[in-house]
Write a protein that binds this ligand. Structure first.
Ligand code: ADP
Ligand code: MG
Length: 642
């Protein structure tokens, strides 16, 4: 394949001179029309692997991606490069979707972004066969797998669009997070014509992974932040804690701020920008802080609390060191964390009856009668909902997550939609209207001067900007828009900030709501499995951290030499190779039986001093225990409820 046209596009639009590792291979695979699964860590440059070939090829690229904020961001970016792009998600009205799809069929659009729950709507399915598709890109493809940590049932519907489009259109699935089981699942569920995985290594050589056992995490954190330089993130699991810890840091002379999803969008943006710009050194955040972080010089990511899975840990800690300079990923761990995790497990899986209560309350809150509601979109204010129905916040949240995982409803993140205007009369009729209604003439001219494209589509407008440009107040502007709308000259959709709930099925009666015990237990089982792997990561201190993480993603790697395990081992003055050999032999001797130190040294065929070094290290790290008869035994990790 000739890569030149693709390189030209890369340079012409993005100004980059060469492809990153794997980008070229993925592009070549797609250009040959093959279904492709591309695995690259976050920040690796996945977007360009569908954007570049789609620009070179004739036709339009359909991009499926779950987060509306990121979708809007991508569309804005492409449009600013004069690559015509469009987004369809639950935050826009059916009318807008209608117009958008027509524009995609008849216009020269190159990218149509769509959120997965909109795929199965009639409106979309009816138009899909007429789109001249060149590629279907599935971003965050791990969402299709029930084995993954972020399963979304609407992803399961992606494959069904194959029936509506030409067979030759390839699918490109992309993710930064896939275990071997998830990789298989992605290809099966997207009905790949042939298995085809392209991956880069997930190894992050410039990150030192450290696990710090600390009873007093606050003291440790303050000490560390005084010692290390640069900017970073501290991840916590609760909103309250994010504030408390930020305050603790500030009172100890460390520049810090907090961030969580409960704060208004503007404030979140402001905090994010201050951190990116370097005015705030440390941001203490819940996992809501993650979307769209593109700061390269992050020196440390410290987890005060453990995430629920290695996928999440890898993703979050991987925000360190994008500039390829030495960085730290630290997990703080105290024995009491386990009881917190047990508690969180209990709350994560409310009893089935409670989940049903929440479902009924939700339907009543939104006035959805039985048998109705399918594909309906509602504004949703969680705080208002729980207070009206006097529901416990976390349990309710988890019940809703469960209902989402089961495919009854979907929730979006809070989205910030600008106001939109579309002229529904043609230019000639508008002119006649202006002549006949002089009082509107000035305002219409202002609109037409300020924005273009309003005759063919909905265009984002800003009432404040219009007010500033004219002698009018914001309120005047708003009234003009409403009036023009009621006169059927324009369609006006006032902007708003809200989260949405989408009914993916009609409302069911309580007893028809199927939450089978089997399914419930299975979901819980998978969750515990992932959680236990995460706990293992923190508990085991005999295996290189980097090797442990990569192993989880099915990748073999060498010892990193810079994690806490490797460092301690370096101090033993044994080669990694020697250490491993001795460790394996000790483990073999102690598997399923006890032995005293003398017997062990005799049985392991290595010099006594070296065996003792390894043995001492294993004892220090709680890998081996001694009973009161001085017998040694290999200690299995004491995890809960396996
Ligand atoms: P991912 O989706 O894998 O997390 P993105 O597609 O968002 O990553 O890309 C991350 C960053 O890398 C972006 O800022 C992008 O412009 C940049 N990038 C991607 N490809 C290249 C390239 N070939 N050369 C230089 N920068 C690139
Ligand atoms: Mg991406």
């Amino acid at each position: 394949m000739n890569i030149e046209p693709y390189k030209q596009v890369l340079t012409k639009y993005w100004g980059f001179t060469s492809f990153r590792p794997l980008q070229q291979e993925i592009i070549a695979s797609v250009a040959e029309g093959k279904d492709t699964l591309g695995l690259m860590p976050t920040g690796g440059g996945k977007s360009l692997t569908y954007q570049v070939p789609a620009i070179v090829m004739e036709g339009i690229c359909l991009v499926i991606t779950p987060l509306i904020a990121l979708m809007k961001d991508q569309v804005n970016r492409l449009n600013s490069l004069e690559i015509k792009s469009m987004a369809i998600h639950s935050g826009i009205s059916p009318e807008e979707i209608d117009i958008a799809l027509d524009n995609c069929i008849y216009g020269d659009y190159k990218f149509l972004y769509i959120s997965p729950e909109r795929l199965s709507t009639r409106l979309f399915q009816a138009r899909l066969p007429r789109l001249n598709l060149n590629l279907v890109a599935v971003d965050e493809a791990h969402c299709i797998s029930q084995w993954g940590y972020d399963f979304r049932p609407s992803y399961l519907k992606i494959a069904s669009i194959r029936e509506l489009i030409p067979e030759k259109v390839p699918f490109l699935a992309l993710t930064a997070s896939a275990t071997p089981a998830v990789i298989e699942d992605i290809m099966t569920r997207l009905e790949f014509r042939e298995k085809n995985v392209l991956r880069t290594s997930f190894e992050r050589k410039n990150i030192s992974y450290l696990v710090r056992k600390a009873e007093d995490k606050g003291t440790y954190l303050i000490k560390t932040l005084h010692k290390v330089n640069g900017s970073g993130i501290v991840y916590v699991r609760s909103r309250k804690k994010s504030k408390e810890i930020a305050e603790l840091l500030v009172s100890n002379g460390i520049s810090a701020d907090f961030y969580h999803a409960g704060l208004p969008i503007e404030l979140r943006d402001k905090k994010h920008t201050s951190w990116t710009g370097g005015e705030t050194r440390v941001i203490v955040a819940t996992n809501a802080f993650g979307m769209g972080i593109d700061k390269a010089e992050v020196r440390f990511v410290i987890h005060w609390d453990m995430p629920d899975s290695i996928e999440e840990y890898f993703q979050e800690s991987g925000r360190a060191g994008r500039d390829n300079k030495q960085s730290y990923a630290v997990l703080l761990y105290s024995p009491s964390d386990k009881s917190r995790l047990e508690e969180s497990l209990r709350r994560k899986f409310p009893p089935v009856e409670k989940i049903k209560d929440v479902y009924e309350a939700l339907c009543n809150y939104l006035n959805v009668p039985q048998g109705a509601g399918k594909d309906n979109v509602f504004d949703f204010n969680m705080a208002d909902f729980v207070s009206k129905y006097r529901l416990p916040v976390i349990e309710t949240y988890n019940s809703l997550s469960f209902l989402q995982r089961e495919g009854y409803v979907e929730f979006t993140e809070e989205i910030n939609n600008p106001s939109r205007v579309h002229f529904i009369v043609g230019r000639d009729d508008l002119y006649k209207f202006q002549v006949a209604n002089e009082s509107f003439d000035g305002f219409i001219k202002l609109l037409l001067r300020s924005y273009t494209g309003m005759f063919s589509e909905f265009v984002a407008v800003n009432e404040d900007t219009l007010a500033r440009k004219s002698a009018l107040t914001r309120d005047n502007i708003y009234r003009f828009l409403v009036k023009l709308s009621s006169l059927n000259i324009i369609k006006y959709i006032p902007g708003k900030k809200t989260s949405l709930v989408i009914f993916t099925e009609e409302r069911l009666e309580r007893k028809a709501l199927m939450i089978s015990a089997e399914n419930y237990l299975q979901v819980r089982e998978k969750y515990i499995l992932r959680l236990n792997r995460m706990i293992d990561y923190a508990d085991y201190n005999t295996k290189c951290r980097s090797v442990t993480l990569l192993d989880y993603f099915g990748e073999e790697a060498d010892r990193c030499g810079v994690c806490d395990v490797c460092r301690e081992r370096n101090e033993l003055d044994l080669s990694k190779y020697e250490f491993d050999l001795i460790l394996d032999e000790i483990k073999e001797v102690l598997t399923g039986r006890k032995a005293d130190a003398q017997e062990l040294v005799t049985k392991v065929g290595h010099p006594e001093d070296k065996v003792i070094k390894v043995l001492r290290w294993l004892l220090d790290h709680n890998k081996i225990v001694i009973d009161d008869k001085h017998l040694l035994s290999w200690r299995e990790a004491d995890l809960f409820s396996r």
